[in-house]
Design a protein around this ligand. Sequence first.
Ligand code: F6R
Length: 600
Amino acid sequence: MCGIVGYIGLNDAKEILLRGLEKLEYRGYDSAGIAVSNAGGVSLFKSKGRIADLRDIVDESTEAQTGIGHTRWATHGVPNVTNAHPHQDASNRFTLVHNGVIENYDKLRREELADVQLVSDTDTEIIVQLIAKFVFGGLTTEEAFAKTLRMLHGSYAIAMLDEEEPDTIFVAKNKSPLLVGLGEEFNVVASDAMAMFQVTDQFVELHDGEMVIVTRENVRIRTLNGETISREPYKAELDATDIEKGTYPHYMLKEIDEQPAVLRKIIQAYQNEDGELHVDRETLDAINGADRIYIIAAGTSYHAGLVGKEYFEKFAGVPTEVHISSEFGYHMPLLSDKPLFVFISQSGETADSRQVLVRIKELGHPSLTVTNVAGSTLSRESDHTVLLHAGPEIAVASTKAYTAQIAVLGILAALASEAKGKTIGFDLIQELGIAANAAQTMVDRKEEMEGLSFDFLELSRNAFFIGRGLDYHVSLEGALKLKEISYIQAEGFAGGELKHGTIALIEEGTPVFALATQEAVSPNIRGNVKEVGARGAKSCIISMEGIQEEGDRIVIPAVHPMLAPLVSVIPLQLISYYAALHRGCDVDKPRNLAKSVTVE
Ligand code: F6R
């Protein structure tokens, strides 16, 4: 989704901003722009499409040491140059970038800006026009900035230049991520530390309702009412190799490959010196104190949540519901006496999940976030956080976060079981180690998966993924992976449900990927394969050593059946990757999608 960068220092601002925006490309965007300021005024460059297109139009000869930049993922108004940020007021004195959504922008436009000719369809332009109006009405820029912010309802991260104060960037944040980075004779602004990690690893976290006056030498944080706030910087713990592709052609392939290592890292991270599973006492107490768990998540994280439900119920005997976050508000269940809300989110920024968190906090219920990003909004705002330790996930299609989520949920459920004096019946640490080795075996079988992808999907317009029990959850994830990056229409189905309607779509050559890793339901899913086969489908059965049958196209190494999703998803990820690659799709940045979905 939208990204913000800003720089004020002694070096060429254009290049630092462009490189920063390149680091945010993975989040998904459809237009981009930068504005740089020097004694001669502000120069604005905006383009539709990629940062490479923006680079082409940036005037190399413009010298400036201050600037702001933005990647836009369209919400209000189509993706075009006019709607791209930065936006300016009618006099062009103020230039502003914004992430988030201003809910009362239409009211503000009608009531405050009726006589101003707006040029874009965005909610953002309202902000900059309002600030200009108040400055031209007699306020200082800082006063006008604060006054405008007090009028906004909704979410925002903002950076603004004032032509008459070329040595300052005005910054503000409310419910959208934004950081200020510190350096020697420079300071930066970024919606994600990764964007400015090229120049600093020292960042100051901003809280909702704060604004910041950033100069080359100083960072002054204040509330909208003028109280000064002092806050220590922290060191961003990013490993530069984590955010580079290295020799991989795509981040997605790199991240698929990292899954065995991520599983091993999780085993280490959640083990104490005695080799026993461990999380902090408060988190464990929160889980143990619950009579029902409500998992809230979206997309791939929702699919991981479905597996998590099986763990909490089968390992720990805690009734668990899984809800799609964007739907939760419409079907708020009757809550138990002692609910615990578990938010699963790779990014920790998903707005749909956050609005549920806000609501359940108002109701006074406890919350736990399982996320890959320490310090993310969901992590900060919930009572407890459990980290995935998967390292930055940059490809839009989630892969290693999914397996990490399942492993971490398994650990939490096993700990809950232990705390209740139960046993899950197997050694989870040992079995996770076996699953990590099996995952390694599967990522090493790329060539074979590429061949299967070609055989099954080369000419397909659609594909089906079926499974039963745990395999059903994996089939949903397999279908999502394929459709989001290759644009082949793909659906995941409970095997038994096909014959209640969807089987009508099966025709000669329709690809069906059937998961058969669960012994108890394997005969039934094989029955479904026969049913679709009789109607012309071309089936690829994915089974497991020990229960495989002749003709199964993919046999994963034997792992504990409850952990099979950690391994069986890998061939599906690889098959999707190669399908997208062979179709010439932009694997890491599929059309219309964003990595971090910060609008509801
Ligand atoms: C699919 C994918 C999305 C995310 C969803 C939730 O590959 O990545 O479906 O899973 O947007 O995002 P997070 O987990 O960041 O809350």
